[in-house]
Design a protein around this ligand. Structure first.
Ligand code: ADP
Length: 241
């Protein structure tokens, strides 16, 4: 696979202003993420991780600096163009799952397809991604009838159904017991081995060390950007069927 830059940040700043109070939440952030990498973004609570993830995921804009996503200069794009890029190229997985309740597992995963240009064979495609995360037997369950680990696997299937370039996972194991959390991390590792770019936001070292590279931020500044030594990479199992 050719490793070209998927994400390039140059002198990125994010400032919130409310009345006279100015908060400089991200300060001069610079880094590049290549296609096919598995990256963790770490930092204590309040360090700016979510703000950074929202900007990287095209849900928010920087105050200044450059953000190139897949060679698009995002600062020059309209809100509609950003939304189109986001729907096509990005999948999100959140700590709280963000699934529709009293809606079937299959319908939750089909949802992004309703907003995409390609509406062919929606049932078949959603079923295939659910089978790939081991949930072929849960298609017609409501999401309030399945376990937390299964909910997060539904969320991963929903993130995958449009075959995005990159998956952003914001504390994906935060609401899970350790066994379900390990399963979720193994699925993310296997997706990365299949070529997906994965960007994980976490405050836990063990979770972060499933990635190949860790970017640490503190008080809105990048403090380190290091490869995880091969021997410390958290274990890689086989969970995808
Ligand atoms: P983390 O995800 O690392 O916990 P956040 O990105 O949520 O950090 O927040 C970083 C800082 O930015 C915090 O001090 C937070 O209070 C502040 N912040 C986040 N969103 C806003 C906002 N909309 N207006 C003002 N300050 C904000």
């Amino acid at each position: 696979m050719v490793n070209y830059p998927l994400i390039e940040l140059q002198h990125l700043d994010k400032i919130y202003q409310s009345g006279d109070v100015v908060t400089n939440v991200l300060k001069d952030i610079n880094f590049t993420i290549n296609r096919g990498e598995f990256i963790s973004i770490m930092g204590p609570s309040g360090s700016g991780k979510s703000t950074l993830m929202h900007i990287l995921g095209l849900l928010d804009r920087p105050t200044s600096g450059q953000y190139l996503f897949n060679h698009h200069n995002t600062t020059e794009l309209s809100d509609d163009q950003l939304a189109a890029l986001r729907n096509h190229d990005i999948g999100f997985v959140f700590q709280a799952f963000n699934l529709l309740t009293r809606t079937s597992v299959l319908d939750n995963v089909k949802l992004p397809l309703l907003y995409s240009k390609d509406k062919e064979r929606m049932d078949e495609r959603a079923t295939a991604v659910l089978e790939s995360v081991g949930l072929g037997h849960r298609l017609h369950y409501f999401t309030n009838q399945i376990s937390g680990g299964e909910k997060q696997r539904v969320a991963i299937a929903r993130a995958l159904v449009n075959d995005p370039e990159v998956i952003f996972a914001d504390e994906p194991t935060g609401n899970l017991d350790s066994k379900s959390g390990n399963q979720v991390m193994q699925i993310l590792q296997e997706l990365n081995q299949q070529g997906k770019t994965i960007i994980l936001v976490t405050h836990e070292t063990f979770t972060a060390e499933h990635a190949q590279r860790i970017i640490r931020i503190r008080d809105g500044q990048l403090v380190s950007d290091e490869l995880v030594p091969q021997q410390r990479l958290a274990s890689q199992g086989q969970v995808l069927k």
